[in-house]
Write a protein that binds this ligand. Structure first.
Ligand SMILES: Nc1ncnc2c1ncn2[C@@H]1O[C@H](COP(=O)(O)OP(=O)(O)OP(=O)(O)O)[C@@H](O)[C@H]1O
Length: 262
């Protein structure tokens, strides 16, 4: 794994622009992710969580652009293309769309290793180890499979394996379990947790599920209407939420389980 301790997003702003019309989607977002921690980025639908990640990695949709801010690794400013896949790996909501349908899992993994500069003689061993580590049974057989031959849960594990193979010290996981059934969701969350501990990955997990936050996160950043409105350790977020948006998220979560707020 490449060495790095902190990823800092500083004053990041994103806007939708069309001709002379423009609309701010993310406003001066700042946050710091450290290796070895899980930081949850939470907020209601449309609050700007995905745009913040996309802007950091330079993968914004058409008509949307980054209008300010920078990203620093251990204090050094780096452009999105230097971060993407090398320093920050990503795991997305719909793993099927992230894979090339005409390439096998081994092909995808070899491409990641090539970009990471790993000697080809090491590829097979590295691929089998990573597939085994993320809980894919029979890694040698999985390596031969194409995306259409795998379930959503298997594809999500494979995507996490590719993140490991990249050697990136940080992982952005944008709603990584949304499309999966509850049992598979729980397994993927356990996997992210153990990888962050075992490999010291810094994980930014985007979710609006406070159950996921309670289970996984060390710290939480809350977004509302394009801004970060509160950042705190996970216990404080649940025990003493300060901003109304945070209070709403916690109250809605507790209501699901018919619990009274603390
Ligand atoms: N392709 C796009 N073009 C223009 N605006 C967009 C586009 N995609 C999203 N937006 C807008 O950007 C804002 C932030 O959206 P974003 O997807 O970051 O929210 P989010 O917090 O990730 O929401 P969700 O939890 O529903 O995924 C919203 O107002 C949304 O309508």
């Amino acid at each position: 794994m490449r060495k790095a301790e902190t990823l800092t997003i500083e004053d990041l702003s994103v806007a939708w622009q069309h001709g002379s019309n423009s609309h701010c989607l993310v406003r001066a977002v700042s946050l710091t992710l450290r290796t070895g921690e899980v930081l949850a980025l939470v907020g209601g639908s449309g609050s700007g969580k995905s745009m913040t990640c996309a802007a950091t990695l330079g993968v914004l949709p058409q008509s949307v652009s980054c209008t300010g801010g920078r990203v620093l690794i251990d204090g050094q400013t780096l452009p999105p293309q230097a971060l993407r896949g090398r320093i920050v790996a990503s795991v997305l909501q719909n793993p099927r769309s992230a894979f090339n349908p005409v390439r096998s899992m081994a092909d995808h993994a070899r491409e990641v290793l090539r970009v990471a500069g790993v000697d080809p003689s090491q590829h097979r061993r590295a691929i089998l180890d990573a597939f085994a580590e993320v809980g894919l049974d029979d890694p040698a057989q999985v390596a031969t499979l194409y995306p259409f031959e795998m379930s959503g849960g298997m594809l999500q594990r494979a995507m996490i394996a590719l993140a490991l193979l990249s050697g990136a010290p940080f992982l952005f996981a944008d709603e990584p379990t949304t499309d999966l059934d509850l049992v598979v969701q729980a397994r993927i969350l356990d996997l992210l947790d153990s990888l962050s501990q075992r490999h010291g990955l810094g994980v930014l997990i985007v979710t609006h599920d406070m159950g996921v936050v309670a289970r996984l996160a060390h710290r939480v950043a809350v977004m509302d209407a394009g801004e970060i409105v509160e950042t705190a350790p996970v216990d404080r977020i649940f025990m003493a939420p300060r901003h109304p948006a945070t209070r709403n998220l916690v109250a809605a979560h507790l209501k699901l389980y018919e619990m009274e707020p603390a």
